[in-house]
Ligand binder design. Structure first.
Ligand SMILES: [Mg+2]
Length: 301
């Protein structure tokens, strides 16, 4: 019989509460529905892999990261790296991962910037856009055929702009006040950088709301299932073929839950086991790191 994955790595000695929970979960895992749930991870055809905190930490790969990719290759499974960070483009992420020791083509990276551009392209490719974003994000939208303008836009896009200026925010607030459609690439308040934290797009959204009273009409990145729809088109697979691995409950795991795909939390990044208490986003699986997922896939093939 399969080991219960939720507590695959749980130390069972010295903690009565953990032992009780293990027995409780184990009895639940005997239910046919739970057995199906367990099997879902081994049946996934394509793994959506979060980057920071899951595949790498700052400038080093997480233990077992390369082993995980090897196992996917051996088992004929696919993968796609998924990041909410819209300040960089696919090429920059591909270069970084390649420098860390795993050559990867940019086609296997999906950013919230690309997902937002793809979404707008499907909805209305002819609109003129006002964008607050890095030059890389602007080029992403240009490559999707959009005209970028400062005045008289049809739609507004806010990205994680590390080249932000007061004038850009002022202009955005003017346009938001006009009532134009207003889209943000993702909702994150902060971006981890090694042991430091960078204010992310959520802080800019809060600035605009304080001035205009408006929040974005749409935020495309995790946990919005729109980004999985984009992944499905990109990989030419149905949504049900995917499973997601990430280190954040309220973005990675929430995305998997809202999309109905199998979710795996790794404890190598932001989340601690204690964060699960009271969280509305309970993962299907928990592992110490992505290497643990690889071992499980080998064991349960
Ligand atoms: Mg992460």
């Amino acid at each position: 019989m399969h080991k219960p994955p939720l507590f695959h790595k749980l130390p069972l000695v010295g903690n009565l509460k953990n032992i009780f929970m293990y027995v409780f979960r184990k009895s639940k895992n005997n239910h046919p529905a739970m057995r199906n749930q367990i099997e879902r991870l081994s049946k996934a055809q394509c793994f959506l892999i979060d980057l920071d905190g899951t595949f790498y930490l700052g400038d080093r790969l997480v233990e077992g990261a390369l082993h995980f990719i090897d196992v996917l290759h051996q088992q004929g499974k696919q993968f796609l790296f998924l990041t909410n960070n819209s300040s960089k483009n696919r090429r920059q992420y591909a270069d970084k991962i390649t420098c860390l020791g795993m050559p990867v083509p940019e086609d296997l990276i999906l950013t919230s910037g690309e997902a937002t551009a793809s979404y707008l392209q499907q909805k209305n490719p002819d609109v003129r856009l006002f964008i607050v974003g890095t030059p890389e994000l602007e080029n992403e939208f240009r490559s999707h055929g959009f005209e970028l303008v400062q005045d008289h836009p049809h739609c507004l896009v806010l990205g994680f702009d590390t080249t932000l200026t007061y004038n850009k925010l002022w202009k955005l607030c003017d346009h938001v006040r006009e009532g134009l459609p207003y889209i943000a690439t993702h909702p994150d308040f902060n971006c981890p950088v090694g042991k430091n934290i960078m204010p992310d797009i959520g802080s800019m959204i809060a600035f605009v709301k304080a001035s205009t009273g408006r929040e974005p009409d749409l935020m495309v990145g995790k946990p919005n299932p729109l980004i999985i729809d984009t992944a499905a088109v990109k990989m030419n697979l149905p949504v049900e073929a995917f499973a997601i691995i990430g280190d954040r409950l309220y973005t990675d795991i929430a995305l998997g839950k809202t999309s109905g795909i199998t979710t795996t939390l790794v404890l190598s990044g932001e989340s601690k086991r204690s964060d699960l208490d009271g969280s509305p986003f309970q993962p299907d699986y928990i592992f110490e790191n992505i290497g643990g997922v690889a071992d499980w896939l080998v064991e349960h093939r």
